[in-house]
Design a protein around this ligand. Structure first.
Ligand code: TXA
Ligand code: MG
Length: 319
């Protein structure tokens, strides 16, 4: 991959042109790094699947530069979805809506719904705007990791994950570490009841307050493919063990006010829940780098972003 550090406007334009030409571009978002392709180009999108070794019926999120582009991708958008989009975009939230004619089966995995997000990272927003200026409609971008592995929150982690799979002319925009560190909240807006398919930094109570509608934590009776329908996800090589006693030689992750047990390798000491989310995947990667076999994880308690942190830890702990 060609890595471009702190890309200039000219370099971002070049990356947008590369996307238009059907090339892949990995780019930073505030949640995690994405592996981008022109969402209308079937060949480019199929390359995303092959680089990630991802099953093709697993749908992709389309990224756009603003709510003004939403009508290209979705139809019959409910009023409450507009309200939450206006409030939380650009930001770490994906809306699942009824698809338009542009959201082809190769994006939606054959479903009648499409996932759409406006990210807030300045490099992502600049890339999407330049891409749209060239006539692009949207950029499909899953997290830039191999299927089932830990999402990358830095450019180095992207190289670790997919560097070998990518060609030397495929681009990676390095925009520093992702500030949020876990993937966007996914909200199903296709039914009478709103439900959260994947928790994230935009929390249930934040959505309820703006939408003025009751939100369900998760749909269970639904055959759709989303994170969590798979046994293991976000998983490092080390085994993740929740809230157990740590033994010497174990990796250890907990808030900074939790004392470090004797003999463990402290992977991070986040000062609050937001900091915890931001360093969670880094801590997982560090454990693998140090070839640890177990990570003892003490999650933060709470019902905001803590719900999302616990969701990722639980999924990563399943092997
Ligand atoms: O924060 C994020 O959302 C990151 C950054 C790069 O934007 N992207 C991301 O994409 O996490 P990915 O592909 O790794 O995870 C997207 C999840 C998948 O579990 C997928 O199944 C679900 O979103 N998804 C996408 N489209 C969907 C749809 N139409 N219906 C239900 N779930 C959908
Ligand atoms: Mg992913």
């Amino acid at each position: 991959m060609e890595i471009i550090n702190n890309p200039t406007q000219t370099e971002i334009k070049k990356a947008a042109k590369a996307l238009m030409d059907g090339q892949l571009v990995a780019f930073p978002t505030e949640t995690v790094y994405g592996l981008g392709a022109d969402a209308t180009n079937e060949k480019a999108v199929s390359r995303v699947y092959s680089v990630k070794a991802r099953p093709t019926d697993h749908p992709l999120i389309v990224h756009i530069s603003s709510i003004n582009q939403l009508g290209n991708w979705a139809v019959d958008i409910p009023e409450y979805a507009i309200k939450i989009a206006e409030e939380f975009w650009p930001g770490p939230m994906t809306l699942i809506l009824k698809r338009s004619k542009f959201a082809k089966d190769f994006i939606t995995g054959g479903q009648e719904n499409v996932g759409v997000r406006v990210p807030s990272h300045p490099v992502a927003l600049a890339l999407l705007s330049e891409f749209e200026k060239l006539g692009g409609l949207g950029v499909a971008a899953p997290s830039a990791n191999r299927f089932g592995a830990v999402s990358p929150t830095t450019a180095e982690a992207v190289v670790e994950e997919i560097g070998l799979e990518c060609n030397s002319d495929e681009l990676l925009l390095d925009g520093g570490a992702s500030s949020i560190g876990i993937e966007s909240t996914i909200i199903d807006c296709t039914r009478a009841k709103i439900s959260i398919l994947r928790p994230g930094a935009i929390t249930l109570s934040m959505i309820e307050e703006v939408a003025k509608i009751k939100v369900c934590a998760k749909t269970s009776s639904n055959s759709r493919k989303f994170s969590g329908n798979f046994k293991s996800h976000y998983a490092p090589k080390a085994s993740i063990i929740l809230s157990a006693a740590a033994l010497p030689g174990d990796g250890f992750l907990a808030l900074s006010d939790v004392e470090t047990p004797a003999g463990v390798v402290r992977l991070a000491a986040p000062i609050n829940s937001y900091d915890y989310a931001a360093c969670l995947y880094y801590a997982f990667r560090l454990a693998d780098l140090k070839a640890l076999t177990r990570i003892i994880v003490i999650p933060p308690s709470g019902e905001g972003i803590e719900t999302a942190i616990l969701d990722r830890i639980k999924k990563a702990s399943k092997k």
